[in-house]
Design a protein around this ligand. Sequence first.
Ligand code: KIV
Length: 264
Amino acid sequence: MKKLSIADIVSKKNREKIVMITAYDALFARLFDEFADMILIGDSLNMSFKGENDTINATVDEMIYHTKAVKNGAKNSFIVTDMPFGSTTNVKQTVKNAIRMYKEASCDAVKIEGGKNISEHIKALCDNGISVVGHIGLMPQKVRLEGGYKIKGRGENGLNALLDDAFAICEAGVFCFVLEGTLSSVAAEISKQVPVPVIGIGSGLHVDGQVLVWSDMLGLFEEFKPKFVKQYLNGATLVKQAVKSYKDEVKNSLFPSENFEYNK
Ligand code: KIV
């Protein structure tokens, strides 16, 4: 598959669904590269790779390290790197950190969580020649503040609040954005009203594309399974079965059998 340009991605709006998947290393990025339009080095790596309870203490250095690894494996996908919590506290710092990601990790775009509150940062990034993917709706970096992962778009003002955020980040310059954990009807309306592709996660079908965390969709992350996650593989069970077979064969002196020895 040919690597998409930003213009290609934008042109998919209302035309063809965009496939985004996360990856954190070269091994899996190489496997996903054939199928993904976009690969996201998400700060979710802090949970499924590093084993922390949330995304909060992922660092810029870690995002750069994992992006370099993904880039070694993925040659054709458009690469997006998350700006982690604490890397966007003021505009100057946001630009400085994003420039590091661009230069050291060579990502194609950065992703930044936030709506109206972050639009000035997005504009500054675009003014500095950095392409930006937005992220509104449920924002995992707010998990401690909000006391959990809360679905968005509910209540009288649900749609309008999200539309305000969506329009603000579009005006600031994002070329697409992630809409997470939002009522499907609300997500459909937002997608209809904005000029750029909306990539949903837990936001239903009526958006311009989907993103899933790779370890969730392959059934490897066992800590919890949100309702929106479809497991396309029973990964944890398959891995455990394989490692148990290895253990049993080693314990019973069945591995390595003749086929796996050097005799000459
Ligand atoms: O960090 C991440 O993997 C993300 C996705 C959930 C969109 O932001």
